[in-house]
Design a protein around this ligand. Structure first.
Ligand code: NAD
Length: 531
């Protein structure tokens, strides 16, 4: 929901253009086009709101105290109404998502239910997670005090999103922040702002909810302006942009969370259930056209089962249906998000082929309108190839033969990224031992993407994959709060031992008490010093 400009979508039927008519009589509001990657058509023209960010955040900051004062259950009421709105409008949101992302209908319709699952998880637990705690005083000096830790929200949280899961990522970060009592400004990707913007419009206009949720559209400059104004920044996107955000946040001394890129490895051991592993590899590599941060980006398979595994994967990749399926269930793999993303995938595959890799399936741009790349299985790859060390973010599965688990672990860890990994073996105890040797924030054993749907565990990248983590039970909501310590004395003598006036008697008493209570042995407790 723009701070001032209504914006238009294809449904709203305004033609695209670089700018709107002047609103202040001086400068037209710059605009940008949103295109469908499935056919290149312009589906909306939206305002670039970079110049409006400060005013919008100021307004959120003014609205936030009343929101905080509602308490977790009062805020949960409103968030519950958002859940209802999402159930009532899921199809329309999925249509917008499909327009802007080119996802198959099956994937476009998955984001809202997953977000609702998250909403309910935190809505039901917000009161418990945000409750004050009262630690016991630890010593004589504090024995008469009541100690309280309260969780007070950052006033305005900026949520900056990428284009791969526009609705899910926006809500996964915004909802816990709202429940924590913060006001939230979402900056969606310039490639995919429509569905998110519609949800924020629903919050404000259809529900008439408190104006503590804002959507600010535009390109990178809008995101940068939000980092200049927010009190906490939660960012999901590329490592390159994450670095810029960390630099600016450091200058402003504001906290931030970064969920960045990945190059997730899949390790298939000789005793794995190969059919399940092959199915997992294909879904994990091709889901969302390979554009998930935790996509399988490289596969290491133990020598004895390599040929069989590759044959199973090839058969399945060949069977994938690709295209724009409207509201059917006719496509498994959709378009890439943009021509720029397609160019990266094309480069990784062509560089691999030039260095001796073979494409057993696919290997080139699909022969159809739009940003489609064929689901691709690459073999004879090595660790030096860009498809094995740079984030591809496309429907590609490079598979490499390894001698043993040790080699697989070494190669999996040989990456600047450390987001997540999967291990496939019938020996679960061994898998867990291997997990503890992997330098990543999450390991799924014989499973795919499961940590992402499991809200009690944290989701965060190591190394260049991120700073901090999202979700993880209480952490997922408390991270948007500043712990506030409140100490209150129960006894109120006229003065205290440490207060003025300083006297030798009080000093000695304090030191003697400290010795008596904290020294290891009786000699020291009674004042003896060892030299
Ligand atoms: P991106 O970094 O290009 O853009 C992300 C967002 O940042 C966009 O909204 C963009 O407008 C904004 N932005 C750009 N410059 C900015 C600046 N200087 N200051 C503030 N904001 C700025 O990333 P992308 O291409 O949209 O997303 C793809 C990346 O996201 C991939 O690397 C993927 O791995 C990562 N990702 C990570 C996770 C995770 O949880 N770790 C989840 C999804 C995607």
């Amino acid at each position: 929901m723009g701070a001032s400009d209504p914006g238009t979508t294809a449904a709203g039927a305004e033609t695209s253009g670089a700018s709107a008519p002047p609103e202040n009589g001086l400068h037209p509001t710059p605009r940008f086009d949103v295109k469908s990657p499935a056919d290149g058509s312009v589906v909306a023209s939206l305002p670039d709101q970079s110049a409006e960010v400060r005013a919008a955040v100021d307004q959120l900051r003014r609205n936030q105290p009343a929101w905080e004062a509602l308490g977790p259950n009062g805020r949960g009421e409103w968030v519950g109404r958002l859940r209802d709105w999402l159930f009532d409008n899921d199809e329309r949101v999925a249509e917008l998502l499909q327009q802007e992302t080119g996802k198959p209908w099956q994937e476009a319709t998955l984001e809202v239910p997953t977000a609702i699952d998250l909403i309910e998880y935190y809505r039901k637990r917000a009161e418990e997670y945000l409750a004050d705690s009262h630690p016991r005083p630890h010593g004589l000096l504090t024995v008469s005090k009541k100690l309280t830790i309260a969780h007070r929200p950052y006033p305005v949280v900026g949520v900056i999103c990428p284009w791969n899961f526009p609705v899910l990522i926006a809500l996964v970060d915004a909802v816990p922040a709202l429940l924590a009592g913060a006001a939230v400004a979402i900056k969606p990707s310039e490639l995919t702002p429509l569905a998110t913007r519609e949800i924020v419009r629903g919050w404000r206009e259809d529900l008439g909810a408190p104006e503590v949720l804002e959507c600010l559209t535009g390109e990178g400059a809008t995101g940068a302006a939000l980092v200049d104004e927010a009190d906490y920044v939660q960012f999901t996107g590329s490592t390159r942009t994450g670095r810029k955000i960390a630099q600016r946040a450091a200058e402003r001394l504001i906290p931030y969370g970064l969920e960045l890129g990945g190059k997730d490895a899949m390790i298939v051991l000789a005793d794995a259930e190969l059919e399940r592993a092959a199915n997992g590899a294909v879904w994990g590599g091709m889901f969302n056209t390979g554009q998930a941060c935790t996509s399988v980006e490289r596969v290491y398979v133990e020598e004895p089962v390599y040929d069989e595994f590759v044959a199973l994967v090839a058969e399945r990749v060949r069977g994938l249906r690709q295209g724009a399926d409207g509201k059917g269930s006719d496509a498994d793999v959709g378009a890439l998000s943009s021509e720029a993303q397609l160019a990266i995938v094309e480069r990784h595959v062509s560089e691999a082929l030039a260095k001796g890799a073979r494409a057993l399936v696919g290997g080139k741009r699909a022969d159809m309108e739009g940003a489609f790349f064929e689901p691709t299985l690459l073999v004879d790859v090595d660790q030096s190839m860009s498809c094995m060390c740079e984030e591809s973010f496309g429907p590609t599965l490079p598979v490499m033969k390894v001698r043993d688990a040790d080699e697989a672990i070494r190669l999996a860890n040989d990456s600047s990224y450390g987001l997540s990994a999967t291990v496939w073996t019938r020996d679960r105890a061994r898998a867990e031992r291997i997990a503890r040797r992997l330098e990543v924030g999450a390991v799924n054993v014989n499973d795919m993407f499961m940590n992402v749907f499991t809200f009690p565990v944290p989701q965060g990248g190591w190394k260049e994959s991120g700073v901090g983590s999202r979700l993880g039970g209480a952490h997922g909501i408390r991270k948007y709060c500043r712990p506030q310590a409140i100490t209150a004395t129960r006894l109120t003598p006229r003065s205290e031992l440490l207060w003025y006036p300083y006297t030798a008697r009080k000093r000695k008493l304090a030191l003697r008490l400290t010795r008596f209570l904290l020294a290891r042995d009786w000699a020291r407790r009674l004042g003896r010093r060892r030299h």
